[in-house]
Design a protein around this ligand. Structure first.
Ligand code: F0G
Length: 351
């Protein structure tokens, strides 16, 4: 959208800031809500896709990071820290660069997608690769920020979730109402918590007359909320949501229960199928974790838990370019081609 000022300015009346704060923004938010004819046809619903990969660093994390970094800068601190499966670290690195702060990021060694590591490197973050999983990284980041002069910018920092509520407000502003159902991938569970709070704000203020049922989807190998207990060794191809002990557990459960929603697990196989389907039929390239919401949409439509005729929004949380390795996994080497139109035509089976 031309002139889109970023979420803090767009929703200034709803996002409290410290007195005199300098807003740290890369003009995040205002992302496309794209109607999917293909998914609508498959499900018998009206399905819209909220494309969060269109944010400045390629994921929804920028919505929370603009608010967290604005607060951190105003507090006079010099450094921020986060644990991440990749996207939070990419976002923290970029916003810290913009703010003139130092970012330290703790990531599980060998378990974050290549594009995300490239972002943290490029923005000059101090990258600490931990021999452990995301849950170990978060515990380390929490302890460090409690003992040393460095601000934690994970979603356990409550102002992050205030920023992430804006995605729900945007959906309602664009549709002119709240959807019937909202589908999300769930990892550390901050985002489903934030969306639900955002939808409730609009309903309580009379902007909308209803709230959606929140459908949260986890990868089968990392589905603590589905099982109702933490998972010690989470495993999934969707590395962004490889989380065994979600920090916003209670917020996610409240979102599900108060909205009449559900949690469900989807296999890596189904996630990858949805990932390819969305790219090929809708022109939307997402990272594997993001396709979890689409896989869940298709599963709940197939078993009848998603009522036909519903107005549904699926958030796809991160850009496909974040994880080129997964995209290219099944690509074969191709023969080089001669500089000759005939050769092109033969290769394309036009002649
Ligand atoms: N999708 C993507 C692409 C993510 O990066 C994440 C979380 C989620 C979904 C799940 O959101 O944690 O709010 O339930 N990534 C975090 C990170 C853990 O470190 O970047 P959530």
């Amino acid at each position: 959208r031309p002139g889109w000022p970023g979420i803090i300015h767009a929703y200034s009346e709803r996002i409290p800031l410290p007195e005199g704060a300098r807003v740290v923004t890369l003009h995040e938010g205002g992302t496309p809500l794209v109607r999917s004819e293909h998914l609508s046809e498959l499900t018998g619903c009206e399905v819209h896709v909220k494309v969060e990969g269109a944010n400045p660093t390629g994921s929804f994390k920028d919505r929370g990071m603009t608010v967290a970094m604005t607060h951190a800068l105003a507090s006079g601190i010099k450094a921020v820290i986060c644990a991440s499966t990749g996207n939070t670290s990419a976002s923290a690195a970029a916003y810290a660069a913009k703010a003139g702060l130092t970012a330290a990021v703790l990531v599980p060694r060998g378990k974050i997608a290549l594009g995300k590591l490239a972002q943290a490197v490029s923005h000059g973050a101090r990258i600490l690769q931990v021999d452990g999983n995301f849950d170990d990284c978060l515990e380390l980041a929490r302890k460090t920020s409690a003992e040393y002069p460095v601000t934690l910018v994970n979603s356990v920092n409550p102002v992050r979730l205030v920023g992430q509520k804006t995605a729900a407000w945007e959906v309602c502003d664009v549709l002119g109402r709240a959807p019937d159902v909202h589908c999300l991938p769930v990892g550390n569970a901050g985002n489903i918590t934030a969306y639900w709070r955002g939808y409730r704000d609009y309903a309580e203020d009379g902007v909308t007359t209803s709230t959606p049922r929140m459908f949260g989807f986890q990868a089968a190998g990392a589905a603590p909320l589905v099982h109702g207990a933490p998972v010690a060794n989470p495993e999934t191809i969707a590395t962004a949501i490889r989380v065994g002990s979600p920090a916003s557990w209670n917020g996610a459960v409240a979102a599900k229960e108060e909205s009449g929603g559900l949690f469900e697990a989807v296999t890596d196989e189904k996630i990858l199928a949805a990932y390819r389907e969305l790219a090929r039929h809708d022109g939307i390239f997402v990272e594997p974790a993001s396709a979890t919401s689409i896989a869940g949409l298709l599963a709940t439509a197939a078993d009848g838990r998603l009522p036909r005729g519903s107005l549904v929004v699926c958030t796809v949380t991160g850009h496909g370019l974040k994880d080129p390795d997964t995209a290219l996994r099944d690509v074969e080497e191709v023969e080089p081609l001669q500089v000759d139109p005939g050769a092109v035509a033969r290769a394309l089976e036009l002649a």
